[in-house]
Design a protein around this ligand. Structure first.
Ligand code: PLP
Length: 415
């Protein structure tokens, strides 16, 4: 006999497989790991981190933090510094009571999706609407109840230079009382898509009209780490739950997620933190507090992190187009995040089979078909895409592209 909890969490999970692969790739020398979400080790970020850690060691704040629990809402001084930074920078009417920390933003999504979706006290079943797919693989298994997600096929805009871009299909999007929350990553993992300000404003208005919270996942977005190559405006209001993270700035090991939301939602996160883990970790906040107080967090993102990824994304997209001249191959316009999303139209095998073929040759990418949680209509496009992380060492990316190009060219020729 198994508890429902055990049945739910002991089944195969795509995100656990991905993290296992990532770990194996990180540990071993023999795999080209272009699959995971590990951020790049940007020399300037590393240098500043080391310098800052030394300072926190000498002034005693690091040791003090490690030797004490923070409160369940997360380190007060960091929440205050961040609230001040965000309200000064963007005019958002927020204080420390609008911010909770979590152990990585992944755990915030677990809390938030199950708070807003699932069976309600009057027996209704509420879903999470993902307004654009493909969407982050890490959401798929978060629901305590099965079939928590619904999504809608996006429209595809074909762009010059063998690029394309997804847009939310508002005409076919149903935001009725079966929806408990809407969630969107911006930039989107896996595609690097950044929905436009106009699209986001429309979505925000639809959510407010329907009285449904809008969860905005800015793990890669504004205002930090700002791996965002389009000129867009960050938004927040009391119907938006904004999730941020220190991970993609370069600190995934700190496991520090940040939720900016109405105080009643923050209180719920705080309760859950207390129950699930007593308190969120305090090392990330100690590192980031000084950067938040001085505003350096935003400068570091804008002047160091963003240009690093932007140049790299463009370079890798060009290498890919040169290596795979077939007109059926397109790259999603790199608008942000640390991945390129590759579309092989008319691919004679599924993306999962392509993943297996590549893995046998020592290359780890992530099969695209996992990134469509909640899509319950057939769509061949789903099986024609694969995600490549361009954040790793350039020589690995180049070797990986050579293997991919060779494999795909043979598949097309043999078809
Ligand atoms: N959201 C998106 C879109 C992600 O890609 C990730 C990690 O890859 C997360 C959230 C979770 O990141 P973390 O828990 O490290 O903050």
């Amino acid at each position: 006999m198994k508890s429902n909890f055990a049945s739910k969490f002991l089944q195969h999970s795509a995100i656990t497989e991905l993290m296992d692969d990532l770990n194996a790739g990180v540990q071993g020398d023999d795999m080209l790991m272009l699959g995971g979400g590990n951020p790049a080790q940007i020399p300037q970020v590393t240098a500043e981190l080391e310098q800052h850690l030394q300072q926190t060691l000498s002034d005693g704040s690091l040791v003090h933090s490690l030797m004490n629990y923070d409160g369940p809402q997360g380190k007060d001084s960091f929440r205050q510094a961040l609230a001040q930074l965000l309200s000064e920078q963007f005019g958002w009417p927020i204080g420390a009571e609008h911010i909770a920390l979590t152990n990585g933003s992944q755990s915030a999504f677990f809390y938030l999706m199950n708070l807003f979706a699932g069976t309600t006290d009057d027996g209704a079943k509420k879903k999470v609407l993902l307004p654009v797919c493909p969407e982050y693989i890490g959401y798929s298994d978060l629901g305590l109840e099965p079939e928590l997600f619904v999504t809608v096929k996006p429209t595809i805009e074909l762009l010059p230079q063998r690029e394309f871009k997804y847009h939310p299909d508002f005409d076919n999007m149903v935001l009725d009382d079966s929806i408990g929350v809407v969630c969107l990553s911006r930039p989107t993992n896996p595609s690097g898509n950044v929905i436009t300000d106009t699209e986001l404003q429309k979505l925000d208005q639809m959510c407010r009209d329907a009285n449904v919270p809008l969860l905005l996942d800015n793990a890669y977005g504004a205002p930090f780490p700002n791996i965002l190559f389009e000129d867009v405006t960050p938004i927040w209001n009391d119907n938006i739950v904004l999730c941020l993270s220190l991970s993609k700035l370069g600190l995934p090991g700190a496991r520090c997620g940040i939720v900016v939301a109405r105080p009643d939602i923050i209180q719920a996160i705080s309760n859950l933190n207390g129950i699930m883990g007593l308190a969120p970790g305090s090392v990330g906040p100690i590192v980031a507090q000084h950067w938040a107080e001085s505003g350096h967090l935003l400068a570091l993102s804008e002047q160091v992190v963003k240009p690093y990824y932007q140049q790299r994304a463009q370079r890798v997209a060009n290498w890919l187009k040169q290596a795979i001249p077939d007109s059926r191959f397109r790259v999603h316009k790199p608008e942000g995040a640390i991945f390129l999303w590759l579309w092989f139209d008319e691919l004679p095998v599924s993306s999962r089979e392509l993943y297996q073929l590549l893995k046998r040759q020592g290359l780890i990418l992530v099969a695209g078909e996992h990134f469509f949680p909640g899509l319950d209509e057939p769509w061949s496009h789903r099986y024609q895409c694969i995600r490549l992380s361009y954040a790793g060492p350039e020589s690995d990316v180049q070797q990986g592209i050579a293997i991919l190009a060779d494999t795909v060219t043979r598949l097309y020729e043999d078809a």
